[in-house]
Design a protein around this ligand. Structure first.
Ligand code: NAD
Length: 353
């Protein structure tokens, strides 16, 4: 089998933690090119994996020694880079969120449709073992009708890189909702069969991080704070989403004065319910006769990022004849919901699709 030649655009945290090691482990692909505007990062990756490097992705668009591309850059350049490679005839796996906003995500979907190439989004929970067992349980009907899903991704103090790219709307598109919420909304939609959203009402709060100098924290991922930086995104969000399936309620926070960190999803069915601890396992709550039953689930977890890359290469080889569960056609529903939460918050009213 001929090896697929891969380019990785953006050689930062997620590229080095997930994409690059997953490609490097395989013998059916080759890490051919690395690109980062910080040349040292691309060079380091190329030296470690034997590929070439550049600081300008445009130099790579029309190269014949690239078949497929991982886009691991900040959110503001997901759309131009992904569309550029699709139009140049390459298949693309673009990190989540699909784009800075829903309009850009639609442009990306249009480019996929016009070119007939593969465009998957890094909705890695669709490749998580626990999530897939839950999806199977829900779709087999064993929980009955799922009428409500409650997602909580709330942290006491976890604003990333305060003042930097994550907290600048122009670069990130938003805060806790677009960064963390995208994973939670996507996994709920996946488990519930991607139901059509009907209405969205939400409120996004920018409260605790806006005084950058006065923000108290113990440690900061993607930090340290930039004291003269920008903080114009939400540090917490609440929303209610009605869909053709269940109602979904979302409560998210990078920072909230709550004293605990909570990362969970409750799937409420009329025969049984599931509480998923995000990134870990889950329990099933049901009844047996007149008694209450709790079922502990144990399983052998896969590496979701390796599964995601495996799926991307499989769909790339299939040349559009096989559709991934991470295809933008599925992932874009989350962009639509996130956009509606922000629009609802700005307009102070419900958004009806
Ligand atoms: N799936 C997940 O679990 C997960 C986890 C973390 C981050 N992400 C997503 O991955 C993306 C990157 O996040 P990160 O934490 O790795 O950020 P990062 O800042 O660590 O890495 C991004 C890299 O992209 C480079 N870059 C910026 N603009 C570029 C351009 N035009 N061309 C080439 N390189 C460019 C930066 O110099 C940086 O090295 C974000 O969209 C984020 O939402 C996903």
């Amino acid at each position: 089998m001929e090896k697929l030649k891969i380019a990785v655009i953006g050689c930062g945290t997620i590229a080095n933690a997930a994409h690059i090691p997953a490609y490097a482990k395989r013998d059916d692909c080759e890490l051919a090119w690395f690109c980062d505007i910080i040349g040292e990062r691309a060079k380091t990756a190329a030296e470690a994996h034997g590929g070439k490097w550049t600081t300008d992705y445009k130099e790579l668009l029309n190269r014949s020694d690239i078949d497929a591309v991982s886009v691991c850059t900040p959110n503001n350049v997901h759309a131009p880079i992904s569309i550029g490679f699709l139009k140049a005839g390459k298949d693309v796996l673009c990190e989540k969120p699909a784009a800075l906003n829903y309009a850009q995500a639609l442009e990306m979907q249009k480019a996929k449709n016009e070119t007939g190439r593969v465009l998957n989004i890094g909705v890695c929970n669709r490749f998580n073992t626990a999530v897939n067992i839950i999806e199977g349980l829900i779709n087999s009907g064993s929980l009955g009708e799922i009428y409500h899903v409650y997602a909580s991704f709330r942290s006491h103090r976890s604003i990333p890189g305060l003042g930097g790219a994550f907290t600048t709307k122009e670069i990130a598109g938003g805060g806790a909702l677009i960064d963390w919420g995208v994973h939670f909304i996507d996994l709920v939609m996946y488990c519930c069969g991607d139901p059509e959203p009907k209405t969205v009402s939400g409120e996004a709060f920018c409260k605790l991080g806006k005084n950058i100098k006065g923000y108290a924290y113990k440690n900061m991922w993607a930090g340290p704070p930039l004291l003269d930086g920008v903080y114009d995104v939400e540090d917490s969000v609440s929303a209610l989403v009605r869909t053709a399936g269940p109602v979904i309620t979302i409560h998210g926070a990078w920072a909230q004065n709550i004293g605990v960190d909570e990362m969970l999803v409750d799937f409420m069915g009329d025969k049984g319910g599931i509480r998923l601890q995000y990134g870990a396992g889950f329990k099933i709550y049901s009844t047996t006769g007149e008694a209450l039953a709790t079922t502990e689930i144990d399983f052998n977890p896969d590496n979701q990022y390796e599964e995601e890359i495996d799926d991307f290469l499989r769909t790339s080889r299939a040349k559009g004849t096989v559709k991934s569960r991470a295809d933008i056609d599925n992932a874009i529903i989350t962009s639509k919901i996130i956009q509606a939460v922000y629009d609802s918050s700005d307009a102070k009213r419900e958004i009806v699709f």
